[in-house]
Design a binder for this molecule. Structure first.
Ligand SMILES: [Zn+2]
Length: 193
């Protein structure tokens, strides 16, 4: 994978780098491109203290249901597992505060891949799957990080989509995927609906 084609500046990502997305990558290798896009967007639009990913530790794969979910209970479980690995006690956790280990959200990778394949033939489905996974990451990160309402999370995701589908950026992603000379650029704004 020609990842350098995305030209993400690692220094712009800061603390956002620590997010664990290994489960997502095991379902769809290109989820890494989605994540880099989401971080790149976040890094260019928000300072570190306002980052949508400032408090995210894990993005896990969701086996069924919605495209993505932020479930505070499950997120707490993930945190407790981490805490027990690190041998913290529950009391210490409380003292240390809710945010010590951060929060987690889920992405239903398979469902998004299926939707994209249904809507787009040829190789282009992969492009839209990457965009849509990234958009869902932004949406759930907004819920998880600052308790965004549904309209707020949707606004964040829509702003990300417009940014990601700007022609120059979209062409870079297409070339990273080795998808050449597609007329679809003019249709990109449509995205997945
Ligand atoms: Zn939502």
């Amino acid at each position: 994978m020609k990842r350098e084609a995305l030209q993400v500046d690692p220094s712009s990502l800061g603390a956002r780098r620590r997010v664990d997305i290994s489960e997502l990558k095991s379902k769809f290798r290109e989820a890494e491109i989605s994540h880099e896009l989401a971080l790149d967007y976040d890094g260019t639009h928000y300072s570190d203290d306002k980052s949508l990913f400032r408090n995210i530790i894990t993005e896990y794969n969701l086996g069924s249901g919605a495209y993505g979910v932020y479930d505070p209970k499950h997120s707490m479980k993930v945190k407790e597992e981490l805490a027990s690995k690190l041998q913290y006690k529950e009391k210490d956790l409380e003292e240390l505060g809710h945010n010590v280990f951060g929060v987690s959200f889920g992405i239903n990778v398979n469902r998004i891949l299926q939707e994209a394949k249904k809507l787009y033939s040829g190789d282009i489905w992969k492009f839209f799957a990457i965009i849509y996974i990234a958009e869902t990451m932004i949406h759930e990160a907004a819920h998880a990080t600052y308790g965004a309402s549904e309209p707020e999370a949707e606004r964040e995701a829509a702003a990300f989509r417009s940014w990601a589908l700007e022609e120059t950026r979209a062409k870079k992603i297409l070339s990273a995927l080795n998808i050449k000379d597609v007329d679809l650029i003019q249709d990109l704004e449509k995205g997945l609906n």
